[in-house]
Ligand binder design. Sequence first.
Ligand SMILES: C[S@@+](CC[C@H](N)C(=O)[O-])C[C@H]1O[C@@H](n2cnc3c(N)ncnc32)[C@H](O)[C@@H]1O
Length: 261
Amino acid sequence: MDRKPETGNRVLVETEDGTFTARSSLFDECYHSTRDGALKESLKKHVEPAFSLIGNRQSGNGKRGLTILDICFGLGYNTLATLYHLDREGLDIPVHILSPEFDEALVRSLVDFPYPEVFAPYRNVIESVAEKGRYENGKIRIDVIFGDAREFLNTTDAVFDIVYQDAFSPKKNPLLWTKEYFADLACHLTPEAVVTTYSSATPVRMGMVENGLYVYEPPAEGVRSGTIASPSPDLPLKPIDMALKKVRNPSAAPLDDKDFK
Ligand SMILES: C[S@@+](CC[C@H](N)C(=O)[O-])C[C@H]1O[C@@H](n2cnc3c(N)ncnc32)[C@H](O)[C@@H]1O
């Protein structure tokens, strides 16, 4: 891996697909899987599975378009990959992306980030987000909410069609993976919502299931496995048998806020 020093507390890291991520010294973790690749992870674990499951249907609220929760903005790959996917597939759907992020300095610095070439058309988007925390063009609206993601979930009345659950790992960033977190998240999902994540950890899946979500194996697309979750029992994916996981690992339990506060 080719590492380069970065200003502040981050170091740029080149990933296996040739795109760059960064390493957070605060969380002692990279923003993306270096083995899967930053762009590939974003497209294959989040954006493509979500859109293939959701199709181009309108949101469940009777309003046109899709509302997406990007947990959390970080380097903005998931948001930018969504714009790339919409353009590449010719999807003419109004999309509103809401993305909490408590590292405001990171977002402000993204104008200098060495994004992959496929994000070049969205230079104006990243400039607007870095400067104002938002972007709007009539079809696409992006709001980065500077602050804590848990607080955002407790105060917003938004309902989401898609959630990119992409916090740092459950070990390093547990408060965005607890059963209480998923309880809050479940209140903001349409009945057919799709939650994508790179985590396949049993405690994470148990936290989802405890809050009424069904968990599924994601489509295998050349990246390491994760989980798809939804309030819908009818997604066209292989369901994960959590009862069997519990038999195999009787001491497994969802993460609990009280252990981390
Ligand atoms: C793995 S990175 C997200 C990567 C991002 N999805 C991307 O594609 O570039 C996790 C992000 O979550 C942010 N974060 C962690 N805990 C948070 C919290 N409680 N509230 C808001 N942001 C948080 C971190 O600052 C970091 O930017």
